[in-house]
Design a protein around this ligand. Sequence first.
Ligand code: AMP
Length: 512
Amino acid sequence: MLIIKTIAELKTALNQEQFGIKLGLVPTMGAFHRGHISLIKRAVQECDRVVVSIFVNPLQFAPTEDLDKYPRQLATDSRCCEELGVDIVFAPTVSEIGITGDTATQNQITTVTPPATMTSGLCGQYRPGHFTGVATIVTKLLNIVQPDRAYFGQKDAQQLAIIRRLVTDLNLSVEIIGCPIIRETSGLALSSRNQYLSTQEKSQATILYRSLQQVARAFFQGETQAAQLIKIAQEQLTTVSEVRVQYIELVDPVTLKPLETIVTQGLFAIAAYLGTTRLIDNIVLRQPIIAIDGPAGAGKSTVTRRVAEQLGLLYLDTGAMYRAVTWLVMNSGIAVDDENAIASLVKDVRIDLVPPDSPEMPIGVYINGQEVTKAIRTPEVTANVSTIAAQAAVRQELVKVQKLCGEKGGVIAEGRDIGTNVYPDADLKIFLTASVAERARRRSIDLKNQGQENIDLQQLQQDIANRDHQDSNRAIAPLKKADDAIEILTDGLTIEDVIAKIVALYQNLVVM
Ligand code: AMP
């Protein structure tokens, strides 16, 4: 691992890398805790090369803030990076990064100012200039390193939303990855500033998360009014008299505009002082997303459909989506193997799934506004759907549609890469599986019920093992178990058992 302090050296080191390598950047101010480590681990997992920047950015501290006493521990942080498999630690000085470090002379350099609508609320109103400081340095780092992906924590939700926006507005070609908040077992969100807290203060600080949990409980019981949710948090927070609340707000997680009521999702955020230490925490309120992945023949589609029914979630029937695109292609008179024509046909395609009135009815499917619920079930569509589904452009476009469907939450989906690719931030991830022998046994019963005799169980086992191998090694959307997925081995379990397990896990999640 290299520890680099200058931009010139960094450029040389990066230029030596081969073309086509996926480069990840984790910008930090150092003083690592498990929050930083989670970002770094994810970057190392997802990228070929990882740069971690460690830079205490003076532009984001007001003169009255803790710039001088902010913890600095480059040697320990670098050792930690090395152990985690980081390639380069970039730790520039203030002058190397091209700023004066003095807020008074900051107006002598070009700065990046996020839209006022995103900085006028939450921390922005109490930390004037803070997000201009963050946006300026992050833009510089993105330009210097030019990563394919950059990793930020949801802990700083306003920062994350602003960075996503600046990347869009300034046409930067980097993918911003938001990572979940890492907490102590007490619930306290990890922060470099927790070092300032005494043991007693640490325990008092847990009231922030406990308040957020109360708010989440109320939300899942149907409360969507900002005023009510804020009142619940206020009441909780007053139970610890040492905590001085700075703000409690409910905003849209993307635009950061204040919400009066939650229609799809809301970012509920708190800032409070404990002594002289300022703490922030937040939670995104939305109906949960459940991702179910697993090998073929594990009973995913039946289980998913039934769980959706029981919990009142939208069953994201991805198969119906591929059928709808197949219908669209056939209806447009395009050959099913004309990948280029299909790629432009499906660009920005709109697919809507409408839950049926009764569970026996199929889900309503609309493509570009036209209802195709029945039309997608013809033998002609069935015959062509796998050719269409194998095309990268189709897959890419449909993953986009699926992600969009998930934005509102309240969705359950099954497949091979739902928890790893489509909904990496799903609230509950299940890996549903069964041994090859068990799946062969179930398949043989199905075949017998369909009137087949002389079933070769050995052959069935071989076929299933081959299919598993194929699915795990596909170029597009291979079967992968997410690290945070809960595995359910269904050998010896009935469908009802499996459904009950998933419903229990869901309820545990909702009630917390
Ligand atoms: P900082 O060093 O405080 O600037 O943080 C560097 C990155 O780590 C930022 O993207 C933070 O949002 C992220 N981060 C800080 N605390 C946590 C946490 N408890 N969980 C997850 N990410 C975090």
